[in-house]
Design a protein around this ligand. Structure first.
Ligand code: ACO
Length: 324
């Protein structure tokens, strides 16, 4: 018998304000048609003034706790994946911890941009397998609207705000691929690609939050290649293949990247959870949001084999294979 980190609950939260593609037509030289055909995005949510990443994260965490039938008192570690924390410090995670009334355990942030949730899930899995925690809240929460340059049509139309969360719980498994829980993880980064995707401000440089800068077509090229590679690597480690996959739950950056990755994995699109049309790219929040929406839609069911994969600034990329 071995320990497995099993998803016991999932939830999400989206800010009330919905921003359709047409909203950008008055601000930059773009069209709804361009955005839809080049990205698959139709709308995204933006946080209200004063609504912060930890507000979104706390609401997603509360939804995941309800889904799990647990309370904050049952959790012993809390991890927030974010690149848009409320403050430089303390962590968004400790702020979420306070907002959900969790008095025990420990909380910290993970920063790997759009790959953040995959990194957080992999690290939470390691906490559980090493016996450091039994129940971990893993949250992806972002307010990317706060770091967008609304004069740059190449980036401002792509991103949105939101949060998703899962409760991971230590459970006994047989060690076979039929076990529920996380079966394998694969993480990668290569800091030499920094200039492809970064924010042009920060604490020890400009002293400001800065704006997102991206060489979109270069990131696109790396994404298509690296996402299929990391997904295959994680499946290999689990002793599984693309044919075993019930659902790919990809990072939701661009429908063309999602489609190309599924093709490379030889998984048909009717086994891919797609939410990019409604959320845009919510960075570290996109995968837990898609898991929660996929469950709500009745797509994801107990026992399904799921592959998540993501790439973001760094470059950082990775994949987690889990049985729901
Ligand atoms: N409206 C109209 N035209 C536009 C817009 C827009 N919103 N944005 C760019 N264009 C123009 C460009 O200026 C360019 O015009 P030009 O040929 O006259 O110079 C033309 O469209 C083509 O530009 P490309 O960048 O080559 O367009 P591409 O087809 O690559 O699509 C996009 C751009 C959507 C950004 C795509 O490259 C992409 O999705 N890249 C990956 C982004 C991504 O996955 N990021 C994930 C990580 S995000 C993170 O970690 C924070």
């Amino acid at each position: 018998m071995i320990i497995r980190a099993v998803v016991r609950g999932v939830g999400h939260y989206l800010p009330e304000r919905v921003v359709p593609n047409a909203w950008f037509e008055d601000r930059v030289d773009t069209t709804d048609e361009w955005i839809r055909t080049r990205t698959g995005i139709e709308r995204r949510h933006f946080a209200a003034d004063g609504e912060t990443t930890s507000d979104l994260g706390a609401k997603a965490a509360e939804a995941a706790l309800i889904d799990a039938g647990l309370t904050a008192a049952d959790i012993d570690a809390l991890v927030v994946a974010t690149s848009t924390p409320d403050l430089t410090f303390p962590s968004a995670a400790t702020m979420v911890q306070a907002k959900i009334g969790m008095k025990q355990g420990f909380a910290f942030d993970v920063q790997a941009v759009c790959a953040g949730f995959v990194y957080a899930l992999s690290n939470a899995n390691a906490l559980i397998l090493s016996g450091q925690a039994k129940r971990v809240l893993v949250i992806g929460a972002e307010t990317f609207s706060r770091i967008l340059d609304f004069d740059d049509r190449g980036t401002c139309v792509l991103f949105g705000d939101g949060a998703g969360a899962v409760v991971l719980e230590a459970t006994t498994g047989s060690g076979a691929t039929g076990d529920r829980g996380i079966l394998a993880t694969d993480l990668n980064s290569d800091g030499s690609y920094k200039d492809l995707l970064y924010v042009d401000g920060g604490v020890s440089t400009t002293g400001t939050a800065g704006h997102l800068r991206m060489q979109g077509n270069q990131v696109f090229r790396h994404a298509v290649e690296k996402l299929a590679e990391t997904a295959h690597a994680a499946l290999d480690k689990a002793g599984l293949s693309g044919a075993d996959v019930d659902w790919i739950v990809p990072h939701q950056a661009n429908l063309r990247i999602i489609t190309a990755t599924a093709q490379r994995m030889q998984v048909p699109m009717d086994r891919v959870v797609v939410t990019v049309q409604d959320h845009g790219n919510t960075s570290a929040a996109s995968i837990p949001l898609a898991l929660s929406v996929g469950k709500e839609r009745g797509q994801i069911k107990v026992g399904d084999l799921i592959v998540t994969e993501a790439i973001g600034g760094g470059l950082s990329w990775g994949s987690v294979v889990l049985r729901w």
